[in-house]
Write a protein that binds this ligand. Sequence first.
Ligand code: CU
Length: 71
Amino acid sequence: MEQTQKLAIDGMTCGGCSSSVTRVLLQVPGVSDAQVSLAERSAVVRFDTARTSPAKLIEAVENAGFTAAQG
Ligand SMILES: [Cu+2]
């Protein structure tokens, strides 16, 4: 089943950061869309619940050097 999850992202300071976060989210298997907002410090991610989870999305963002939380 597809689910949309909003994440709060800390540590983005420019468009390069938001591009990086977008890329790492889209690279997670099962993610079909990621809309990252630098201004709102957030991401809205659409994913297949059978293939990934909010915890895995957060892990991917944090492995790229940012901080993420559900919300
Ligand atoms: Cu940056």
